[in-house]
Design a protein around this ligand. Sequence first.
Ligand code: NDP
Length: 333
Amino acid sequence: MLTSREIRLKSRPVGMPSAENFELAAVSVPDPAPGEVQVKNLWMTVDPYMRGRMNDARSYVPPFQLGEALQGGAVGEVVASADPALKAGDLVQSFFGWREAFNAPAAAVQKLETHGLPPEAFLGYAGMPGLTAYVGLLRIAELKDGDVVFVSGAAGAVGSVACQIAKIKGHTVIGSAGGPEKVKFLRDIGVDHPIDYKAEADLTGAVMRAAPNGIDVYFENVGGAHMEAALMAANQGARFALCGMISDYNSTDMGAGVRGLFLAIAKSLTLKGFIVSNHADMQAAFARDLADWVAAGKMQARETVKHGIESAPDAFLGLFKGENLGKMLVKLA
Ligand code: NDP
């Protein structure tokens, strides 16, 4: 009998979450029943969307339940199997994050073929965040030759891949992120005009200086003042891929709001929101392109790693304080 520690939702956050909203608990994990596998997680991810699941509200994913382990992406190793589809030593991907180990039906986990990438890459640039960047730019924003691209949250998991895809495809890229270390990272990955929005009293002015002829695509991760800057800098017919608006996720009302939305009319803008899970049909093309880009040394990844299941709430809270450069991950084993 294995003991696994897990993080449970103790109370629903109101506004900015805190450590008190989470609790660490230990459970026993028996031998797997027929048809099940037993998995020890190696890595788990924390993602901004999880904040929405902490509210008791109807959304595209159901809310987390109080007193139960949270859920989210994880990669782990099969340590015991009672199903012929998987054997001990296999790497698997699952949605049973926020815990050290678990039993699950073999069909509820996915065998992970890493193709030479580190397993944790599949929680970041080679996984959901990478696919989000790909879908947002290529399908939602319909990136085309000559577009000037503005990416907010540019030094994060999704944003840093979006910037690199746009650069690979030959575009001028403006990226905004908070702080000098993130700006340096943006330079390292080829962003033409990195903006430290925390050091800019006038973000709109900074974006307009970086793109004197305007922007054609805006990849939205942040909301608020970033959206306003994009509306002001947008060219006629610009396309906005609305991926996330993290600056509003801890609002207790409708959020800070966006001024200048009327510009969407005069400039005939397309503002299109999307959820990556509705675009799974692009996964195969993404995997092929990514493999080529990695092989050609065109895709750089950064990770911010916390250690141990007990650090998972802290890792999650860190997303809202800008503590991560690249993907925020928790290493469990
Ligand atoms: P990140 O790795 O970008 O981490 C979050 C970052 O957001 C922080 O590091 C911080 O960067 C920035 N941030 C946090 N709070 C604020 C704030 N109040 N104002 C401005 N910036 C803030 O996260 P992801 O890459 O995983 O996600 C990026 C966005 O994409 C999120 O909005 C997320 O919800 C969304 N998303 C949407 C998906 C979809 O299907 N539509 C799928 C995946 C993600 P900094 O220091 O630069 O401020």
